[in-house]
Design a protein around this ligand. Structure first.
Ligand code: C5P
Length: 221
């Protein structure tokens, strides 16, 4: 039986940074489900689909075959066989992912793949609906959050470090809009599972968050 840890939370809460470190410490596979939605979003953008054209999103997403491979311990997302890791971390792709992920046909394309990964490996999977929908029986569920100003600041610094800066105000506005869409959509909305532990990282640094979650895992056994 594989052991599964689910981490959900809003944009910029630090899910991927924390999940990566935990996966390394525990020797688990890290599965970034946001990257899968981003890969489909990239496909839709390349196909010139308008984000609000739900019907076109539904029809076109069937052409996107998303797979994950692991190279030197790092996850790479393949879109129709092409490694798209270098293209999916932009605000444009993030915003398209947030819109497209509300469309049932898009979620259906990814759900089974995510469940298959979790059944064959010990995984730490992060996203929005992992504890509530994808892996309702996960061994440990974490809801990771932080206030929106802190999350926007982290995203701002991340983009600056990558050499692709964006205005702080725009980032914060995008984050707030994206959260509202993720929380209010009909299908698999972002919410804390009843049995998830809430970890608010607003005043915590990365090692503190990692230690907190490791302690929760230890207590759960
Ligand atoms: O986490 P990340 O910012 O990469 O996710 C991009 C978008 O993909 C999110 O805003 C969300 O709308 C969508 N997503 C989702 N369900 C997941 C993971 C991501 O709907 N499990």
């Amino acid at each position: 039986m594989s052991y599964n840890i689910a981490i959900d939370g809003p944009a910029g809460a630090g899910k991927s940074t924390i999940a990566k470190q935990l996966a390394k410490k525990l020797g688990y596979v890290y599965v970034d489900t946001g990257a899968m939605y981003r890969a489909i979003a990239l496909y839709l953008l390349r196909e010139k689909v308008k984000p609000d054209d739900t019907e076109a999103v539904s029809n076109t997403c069937t052409g996107a075959e998303v797979t994950l491979i692991y190279q030197n311990g790092e996850q790479a997302v393949l879109l129709n066989g092409e490694n798209v890791n270098g293209f999916i971390r932009t605000e444009e792709v993030g915003n398209m992912a947030s819109r497209a992920s509300a469309v049932p046909a898009v979620r259906e394309r990814l759900l089974q793949l995510q469940r298959d990964l979790a059944s064959s490996e010990n995984v730490i999977m992060d996203g929005r609906d992992i504890g509530t929908c994808v892996l309702p029986n996960a061994d440990v569920k974490i809801f990771l959050t932080a206030n929106s100003a802190v999350r926007a600041k982290r995203r701002y610094e991340e983009l600056l470090a990558k050499g692709t800066p964006e205005a702080f105000e725009k980032i914060e506005k995008d984050i707030i809009e994206r959260d509202a869409r993720d929380r209010n959509r009909e299908i698999a909305p972002l919410r804390q599972a009843e049995d998830a532990y809430l970890v608010d990282t607003s005043d915590m640094d990365i090692p503190q968050v990692v230690d907190t979650i490791l302690e929760i895992c230890r207590q759960k056994g």
